[in-house]
Design a protein around this ligand. Structure first.
Ligand SMILES: Cc1cc2nc3c(=O)[nH]c(=O)nc-3n(C[C@H](O)[C@H](O)[C@H](O)COP(=O)(O)OP(=O)(O)OC[C@H]3O[C@@H](n4cnc5c(N)ncnc54)[C@H](O)[C@@H]3O)c2cc1C
Length: 382
């Protein structure tokens, strides 16, 4: 919906054509997307096709095969991806941000164009069995051996872990957390596909590194600078999550309304009931509030302002809005929606995953509270 972005005439035309093109893509490929989602398969060809259309490289300069856009363009694409149940390019966008912020010329030459065009699939290997919300418990290690690094460790929940050509692997070096761009064909790497309940088009995997040797040229950012590299995609990740959640919520509401406005119950149809109308009104209101907060964060990002509180607030609002819209959709469609492999349950599951992946709801609330308390002069009391 992009309430604020649409007031900019230069952006409005692009938003309109992007939304129309992605809607048409979803309609044309609905069958293939549904089959892949339910079979927990990464639809590589459709992903490439999205790349060819320019939707996987929103942040990458045109010279490198990208769209040459900014965060606002990225949020539009992410919302439409959620709205039409397409393959998410969120991980690719994070990869772009990492490379643009920290990559050497050689690393950019090697990976950026491929990631932006969908020819190269990127993944991020951060979480471990005992290290999710907190990095302190991370057990993966990187030790120097001559001019190389030898990396060992096990990662879990990695989107596209088994499908990617390159992963950004976080490990503890003697100097602290450090990140490495690792070619997934190197010896010592094993992956095992896992089955999350949602976002299965970018299925998850466990990724195991057993003494994987990489040159120092594979290191992204400074030795011990892993937290800095991580934080550079924090806002992108939250805005992408927020936008996909808003898109999923809109889809739930749109599908539910389409069904319910034709579903005869008693003398009328489902949407005649006042109780149902109020649910629709509340869900729509929540989606609008989340969209406004998301647009505000995207525009502040383009102005170069500090946006961490704004992006976190946007994700927090988007979680509530998506939940509310999904809940409304089940009331709109009744028993018809309560079967596996319906769009309503797919949307519900995707929302559940986005409430945890990329920073959980609780972590969003902690961050917002810390910032609000700090601004009120209560630092240290939280
Ligand atoms: C489908 C899916 C895809 C994912 N994709 C990736 C990926 O591509 N790459 C990657 O590296 N990781 C990925 N993740 C991992 C994700 O980032 C973590 O699951 C998330 O950070 C939470 O970590 P955890 O699951 O270990 O939960 P934990 O950290 O163990 O937390 C458990 C619960 O406690 C809550 N909690 C934790 N700390 C606090 C606190 N301080 N205050 C209040 N509550 C707290 C959490 O919110 C959660 O509800 C993915 C996860 C899922 C489910």
């Amino acid at each position: 919906m992009y309430p604020t972005l649409l007031t900019d005439p230069a952006k409005a035309a692009w938003i309109k054509s992007t939304a129309a093109e992605l809607a048409a893509f979803g309609e044309e490929h609905r069958g293939e997307l549904d089959i892949a989602n339910r079979a927990n398969k990464f639809p590589r060809e459709l992903y490439r096709e999205l790349g060819r259309l320019g939707y996987l490289g929103p942040l990458v300069p045109v010279d490198f095969g990208g769209l040459g856009g900014g965060v606002a363009e990225y949020t539009v694409i992410s919302e439409e991806v959620g709205r039409h149940g397409l393959v998410s390019g969120q991980i690719a966008a994070q990869g772009q941000r990492w490379l643009l912020d920290w990559g050497t010329d050689e690393q950019k030459q090697q990976w950026l164009r491929g990631i932006a065009t969908g020819e190269v699939v990127f993944s991020e290997s951060i979480s471990e069995k005992n290290a999710g919300s907190s990095f302190k418990a991370m057990k993966s290690t990187a030790v120097r051996d001559g001019g190389d690094w030898v990396i060992t460790g096990s990662k879990t929940h990695i989107n596209l872990g088994a499908d990617s050509h390159v992963t950004l692997f976080y490990a503890m070096a003697p100097e602290g957390l450090t990140s490495f761009l690792v070619d997934m064909t190197l010896p010592g790497i094993r992956t095992h596909v896992t089955r999350a309940i949602g976002l299965r088009l970018i299925r998850t995997a466990d990724v195991e590194f057993d003494a994987v040797r990489v040159p120092d040229a594979a290191r992204l950012g400074p030795v011990g600078g892993g937290l800095q590299t991580f934080l550079s995609t924090f806002n992108i990740s939250r805005l992408g999550n927020a936008s996909e959640l808003i898109g999923l919520g809109r889809r739930a509401l749109e599908l539910g309304l389409r069904y319910a406005s034709e579903r005869a119950v008693g003398e009328g149809v489902v949407t005649d009931f006042q109780g149902i109308k109020w649910m629709v009104a509340d869900a729509w209101t929540a989606l609008q509030a989340a969209s406004l907060a998301r647009d505000d964060a995207a525009l502040a990002h383009e102005r170069g302002e500090d946006i961490a509180l704004r992006t976190t607030t946007a994700k927090r609002l988007a979680i509530t809005a998506a939940d509310q819209a999904s809940e409304a959709s089940f009331s709109l469609v009744g028993g018809h929606g309560l079967y596996v492999d319906t769009p309503y349950t797919d949307i519900l599951n995707d929302i559940k995953v986005l409430k945890v992946a990329g920073g959980s709801t609780e972590i969003m609330r902690n961050f917002i509270a810390q910032r609000v308390l700090k601004d009120a002069g209560h630092e240290g009391l939280s």
